[in-house]
Design a protein around this ligand. Sequence first.
Ligand code: CA
Length: 193
Amino acid sequence: MKGRMPIGAAVVITSLALLFVGLRFCSSQDVNYICFEAEDVTSIEQPMRIAKTEKGETEKVSGNAFIEIPWLKKEKDEPIGRATYKINISQSGVYYVWVRTYWIHGCGNSVAVAVDDGRPMVITDNTYNKWHWPRSTVQVKLTPGEHTFHLIGTEMGIKVDQIYLTTDRGYVPTGVRTPNYKVNPKTEESKSK
Ligand SMILES: [Ca+2]
């Protein structure tokens, strides 16, 4: 028996080794995310439009601007706008999609998102008169390279401040997030000049 490791110790060491490998594996699969301003559009179709925050508004809005669909008279089934964003993904993976929204009531509490030619998926909840991130079950599989993200109007009276795509399944954004991505970097530069 001399020189042999007790079974208990071997199990512990093996478990620790597996845990270590597991942690290494997890850390090598870096969480990737992109967060950008909803108003930083590549293109936008009316009546969806870019709006600025007004003086006296108490809740913080990132970039002091957002996308909105105003209330208007429209024909049934008439499109109510769409914003598109050219985004560059560096790491492939399943991305969980979040949008920071403001709903006024139950007749204006949804927006749809789609990526490339994918089907639109609706994000909605019942939190009103407050900027928030509705709990989202939207996920998209993305490959590295350029993709087109679509924000599609489904109801009027809605606002969208920020968009957040993350490979971290458990992540839940809160408040205003710091954007780490510019859809139109040149436009931003020329604006600041
Ligand atoms: Ca914004």
